[in-house]
Design a protein around this ligand. Structure first.
Ligand code: ZN
Length: 307
């Protein structure tokens, strides 16, 4: 009798399970996308929406110039249907593993790959390479949208129309953000638009919004600031009567704090540089874990401190 009961139970369980299994397989599978930095995740989420599942390698506060892929990261990359990253050597220490995966047939896309080289900056300090920090020039970051739309459309042709529509919406949002940014920075007179930070992440920002940009470290955080740089920076701050300088979320703030003390200026706040905030981390109505939140936070802080 016990045996019969067991068999009955077993059959009952199997019958209960099967409708669920059918339901799961009936849903259209999401594309698994692995990203490097969270600015790229934001792009993929906006354009891929419900059709993609994003797995991110670097989160808030992580410096992409120095980041090396762990064994766990390599698994995340291998398991992805596609990989999206910034490129232009931002993820300099991950290039090798990304190149290898691409050579092995994995769809690997740099979102910057189609940007017109004439619009990119190539500062002397970066030894012949382009400056990768293009997200701080909103209209330049907007140029990455087409590459994402076309890549997702190739991976998943059934939902191409959705990716195109989402791409148009994302572009409209960036146009709106640009207008807001221009109006906001206009609150500071041109001669007061001097942005002093730890590392050279803001050259595009400076070009787009009329700021002179000075950084303690070079374009990549790989190089440490020397004593000569510090003294020069303190002299510069005093001579230009700069009111405030800024620390960054992905760079150790100590050097900037020390310089602020020496020069008698305030630390105007913490700027996002090479990573956005945590998703759902709210500052008033701003979600700091979005591209829009990052840009609005940075510009609001800069304008408030320098005005
Ligand atoms: Zn950087």
């Amino acid at each position: 009798l016990v045996l019969v009961a067991w068999v009955f139970l077993l059959v009952a369980c199997t019958q209960n399970n099967s409708p669920n299994e059918v339901q799961v397989s009936r849903e259209s599978p999401k594309i698994k996308v692995t990203t490097t930095v969270n600015m790229v995740s934001d792009l993929i989420r906006q354009i891929g929406a419900e059709h993609v599942e994003v797995v991110e390698i670097m989160g808030p506060g992580v410096d992409p110039h120095l980041y090396k892929a762990s064994a766990n990261d390599v698994t995340k990359l291998q398991e992805a249907d596609a990989i999206f990253y910034v490129g232009l050597l931002l993820e300099g220490k991950m290039e090798e593993v990304l190149d290898k995966l691409k050579a092995g047939g994995k769809p690997v896309y740099a979102v910057t790959e189609n940007i017109d080289a004439n619009r990119l900056l190539k500062p002397d300090e970066f030894e012949g390479h382009f400056d990768p920090h293009i997200w701080f020039e909103v209209l330049l970051w907007k140029e990455t949208i087409d590459a994402v739309v076309s890549s997702l459309g190739k991976l998943d042709p059934a939902n191409k129309v959705d990716y195109e529509a989402n791409g148009r919406t994302a572009k409209a949002k960036m146009d709106e953000l640009q207008q807001w940014a221009e109006a906001k920075v206009a609150e500071i007179p041109l001669e007061k638009r001097i942005l002093v930070t730890s590392h050279d992440a803001y050259n595009y920002f400076g070009r787009a919004y009329g700021f002179k940009v000075v950084a303690l470290q070079g374009i990549s955080t790989v190089s440490e600031a020397g004593l000569a740089d510090r003294t020069k920076l303190v002299d510069f701050l005093k001579s230009q009567k700069v009111k405030a300088i800024f620390v960054e979320t992905t760079v150790n703030p100590e050097a900037i704090k020390a310089i602020a003390l020496d020069a008698g200026v305030t630390v105007g706040g913490e700027l996002f540089s090479d990573a956005m905030g945590e998703r759902g981390q709210m500052e008033g109505e701003l979600d700091l874990g979005t591209y829009e939140g990052m840009i609005r936070h940075n510009i609001s802080i800069i304008v408030k401190a320098l005005r």
